[in-house]
Design a protein around this ligand. Structure first.
Ligand code: Q46
Ligand code: ZN
Ligand code: ZN
Length: 336
């Protein structure tokens, strides 16, 4: 008979309290107080090291109602940055587990709860809300149905629309910086996918800071890109931030999810492998000028309709796609 070994509870490296998280890649276990302090210090360090923004600049945080983006907003506010929020209502219903969940409605509610919590503490936050159906004529799933007749997931239309809306709101309201809550798991999985495809144009541009490609556009930054997903989940829980646990119904089965699983399997045997994969890519690109030609040859024009950058010669894909969607919607009779 084998006896179970009982390990004593892990202690925080800095005090005698019980650790709430053990980060094997850093050989670091911390209690809740020291973990929050560590996350804040690390974020501040990365913002400075990668020259993301300063306290004089206005930051627009894209908040989805998920743990990462709400944690990011919370961290930036705690660090004293001028950070406002942007929520985009995609009109998505259902999630991976229940098809009756109002995914977008619930997500919006979590963002609003975050704002209300701060208001109750005497701090008024600014939240911009853009409802896609109200603003552009159809929700993302309906619009995708109209354009591709349900053959594909709505993700490419969703991504295209989110990018356009983020750029537009940042430009219209004069924000210097647009911040998203991508964590290291997200970034490493995307890098894995881009490498598998040798998607040179994407490899040339993937990074924690993307300078504005056009006058009036905001710099894009990912201040959480060095944190693991589980660290951000722990941060949200420790800080009492309520967030939507469910995933968008269209996220299930995505190749990025599979890449995340693969990288996590490797991480079990070699703690830190995800970080190394991503950071060494950034270093190699910087030190050896990898993909420099692809970066230089990327020609961007200005869309005559919306004024945003486009690789196309005339009207951008966003404007073309939504014009097509609205033409098709107008043709649909109520009986259809
Ligand atoms: S929200 Fe939109 Fe994601 Fe849902 S429809 Fe696809 S792209 S999975 S980040
Ligand atoms: Zn401690
Ligand atoms: Zn356009």
């Amino acid at each position: 008979m084998t006896r179970k070994r009982h390990h004593p509870p892990l202690k925080c490296r800095h005090c005698a309290q019980k650790a709430v998280i053990n980060m094997r890649q850093h050989k670091l276990a911390l209690c809740s107080t020291h973990f929050v302090e560590w996350v804040h210090k690390q974020t501040e360090r990365f913002i400075g090291k990668y020259k993301m923004f300063t306290r004089d600049e206005r930051v627009l945080v894209a908040v989805s109602g998920g743990k990462d983006s709400l944690a990011l907003w919370d961290i930036l506010l705690a660090l004293g940055y001028q950070a406002d929020g942007l929520y985009i209502g995609l009109g998505i219903v259902g999630c991976a587990d229940y098809d009756h969940l109002d995914y977008s409605g619930e997500s919006h509610q979590f963002v609003q709860d975050f704002v209300d919590y701060h208001a109750a503490q005497g701090r008024d936050l600014t939240l911009h809300v853009v409802d896609v159906a109200e603003t552009y004529g159809a929700s993302i799933p309906v619009a995708a149905q109209v354009t591709n007749r349900g053959r594909e997931k709505p993700c490419s239309l969703c991504g295209l629309s989110k990018r356009h809306i983020m750029n537009r709101v940042a430009r219209d309201h004069g924000y210097d910086v647009l911040a998203t809550g991508h964590n290291l798991d997200d970034e490493a999985a995307v890098l894995f996918g881009n490498t598998m495809q040798w998607a040179v144009e994407y490899l040339a541009r993937q990074g924690p800071v993307l300078p504005p490609s056009h006058p009036g556009l905001a710099r894009k930054v990912k201040p959480l890109f060095r944190f693991y997903e589980r660290e951000m989940a722990a941060y949200a829980i420790v800080r009492g931030i309520a967030y939507i646990y469910e995933e968008c119904p269209y996220a299930s089965g995505a190749t990025t999810t599979r890449y995340k699983e693969l990288l996590n399997e490797m991480e079990i045997g070699s703690p830190g492998v995800k970080t190394q994969f991503y950071l060494r890519f950034l270093q190699a690109r910087e030190n050896y000028g990898l993909f420099a030609t692809a970066r230089e040859t990327l020609m961007l024009n200005t869309c005559p309709t919306c004024g945003q950058p486009t690789t196309l010669d005339g009207v951008c894909s966003f404007c073309q796609t939504w014009a097509r969607i609205n033409t098709r919607l107008a043709k649909c009779s109520p009986a259809d």
